[in-house]
Design a protein around this ligand. Structure first.
Ligand code: NAD
Ligand code: MG
Length: 459
């Protein structure tokens, strides 16, 4: 039993959009004596710039060898002049990393895994001359915190991405956030930091990007310099009935329930609509990914669990929706291609031409959706539970899931064990309402150990 089950905290609901909305610097600082329509951003505009003058924005792509990282590099390549590649990082796959250095010529390339046996050889390389090579998280954090980086694309997988997300936000950067685990583990800390530093957190996760876009769709003039934009979005929070996150249902969506426990690694990795890294693909098969996204949406949009719903939408064309108080539903649609939300997080609030796949309106297309079967996807409820309770729950659920997915990928447990062990670890953890970062990391380690201990009892 959960030790502190009687002290389940209530999520504060005092105009959460104002207090939590993580983009306090979207609107430029106003010179108070000037009329609103004459106020310009302090040369923070992207691309077109103010008076036609703008410096390219300096971008760091963390986890450049991964699925999101590779797409982000392509997006940058198609916007040369507007963005420059200040820094890339990876943990493994040094051969691919070396190729990326040669093709994209970042100013700095950092391998975060200093224990990697290939790293010394890689550090001694010289090609390309314009790229400085470094190793270790400290170098990476120094780089993204310094003036040489404007935007950080957080595309590291797992809680390993938290430290760099915190560093980017602490130093007031724009954080283009794919690493949902950062918000799941430490949403409150991250948003508090953003409020203090003025950092922008722009979602890259397609569902959250869709909501972010749907929330702005009737903003009259969505350009930097429109000081009313933020206020407009904030005012809308009270008009939202709920947000609807869509889920593909993953590769096992149509399997007979009794067959699920026989799913192999290959079965779980055969995602029908998205091509992604292994961990998130397994999360999609169990729907733990959607559970994490419920928590992510709760923090990003300041909405309680009761105002978040999940539906299965097999085509992955509608990326998510906002339902307003009057019953009107606003959705964002596009083919499943992460290059679009990555680009929007970089160019926001502007829209520019993109290399992402587009809708083909000359072809017939049916869109369908249906409710989630909780028996098939027991992990989903854990996301709602964590969004309701907050505190240490996110760190514990995330760590238990990371450890369990790893065990599944080593063929040590069944796919259906993942939700079971996560539920058990979550229920037995030592709940705290307002944990420090150190406490969250302690709970993370505890949860991983618990999963290992549980696995040993099975052997
Ligand atoms: P991936 O496994 O393809 O790539 C992960 C990247 O992180 C690699 O570059 C790897 O070298 C790096 N990395 C791994 N362990 C690390 C560590 N300990 N320290 C530093 N770097 C490390 O993953 P992905 O599919 O690109 O997903 C990345 C993040 O984006 C995840 O948080 C995922 O949930 C999120 N996301 C992915 C997609 C997608 O379409 N792939 C969509 C939405 C959100
Ligand atoms: Mg997603």
């Amino acid at each position: 039993m959960l030790r502190n089950s009687k002290t389940v905290p209530k999520i504060p609901r005092i105009n959460p959009f104002y207090s939590r909305w993580p983009l306090p610097r979207l609107a430029p600082r106003r010179t108070d004596h000037a009329p609103a329509d004459l106020q310009f951003p302090k040369f923070r505009a992207f691309g077109a710039g103010v008076f036609g003058v703008s410096k390219p924005r300096q971008v760091a792509i963390l986890g450049s060898t991964g699925s999101i990282g590779r797409s982000a590099l392509e997006v940058l390549q198609s916007h040369r002049g507007r963005f420059e590649l200040a820094c890339i990082s990876c943990h493994q796959q040094l051969d691919l990393f070396q190729k990326q250095c040669q093709e994209y010529r970042p100013k700095l390339a950092v391998v975060t895994d200093s224990a990697n046996p290939q790293v010394d050889l890689w550090l001694s390389g010289t090609e390309p001359l314009s790229t400085r090579r470094a190793c270790g998280n400290k170098e990476l954090i120094e780089a993204i915190s310094g003036p040489q980086v404007d935007i950080v694309v957080a595309a590291i997988v797992g809680v390993a991405g938290l430290e760099t997300s915190l560093a980017a936000v602490q130093s007031g950067k724009r954080l283009a956030l794919a690493n949902k685990e950062s918000l799941v583990v430490a949403g409150e800390l991250l948003l508090d930091l953003a409020k203090k530093s003025g950092a922008e957190i722009i979602p890259v996760d397609s569902e959250h990007s869709a909501i972010f876009q749907a929330l702005q769709c009737d903003v009259a003039s969505n350009v930097p310099g429109n000081a009313n934009t933020q206020r407009h979005i904030a005012e809308k929070q009270s008009q939202i009935e709920k947000i609807i996150l869509t889920a593909s249902g993953g590769p096992l969506r149509d399997w007979p329930l009794e067959e699920l426990e026989k799913a192999t690694i290959e079965d779980a990795l055969a995602h029908p609509t998205w091509s992604m890294g292994r961990k998130i693909t397994v999360d999609s098969a169990t729907m733990m990914n959607k559970a994490l996204e419920v928590i992510e949406a709760h923090w990003l949009f300041g909405l309680p669990a009761e105002q978040i719903q999940v539906v299965i939408h097999p085509q992955s064309i509608i990326h998510s929706m906002v339902e307003y108080r009057d019953g009107s539903v606003i959705a964002q649609l596009s083919p499943p291609d992460m290059k679009l939300p990555i680009q929007y997080a970089l160019t926001y609030p502007e829209r520019t031409s993109a290399t992402a796949r587009r809708m083909d309106w000359s072809q017939s297309q049916s869109l369908s959706w249906y409710p989630v079967d909780p028996e098939r996807y027991p992990a989903l409820e854990l996301g709602f539970e964590v969004a309701r309770r907050g505190g240490t729950c996110g760190a514990v659920l995330n760590a238990a899931n990371e450890a369990a997915v790893e065990l599944f990928l080593q063929s040590k447990i069944r796919l259906t064990d993942i939700a079971k062990v996560c539920r058990s670890v979550l229920q037995h953890h030592d709940f705290a309402t307002s944990p420090s970062l150190a406490e969250l990391l302690r709970q993370d380690r505890w949860a991983r150990d618990e999963v290992m201990r549980w696995n040993k009892t099975l052997c």
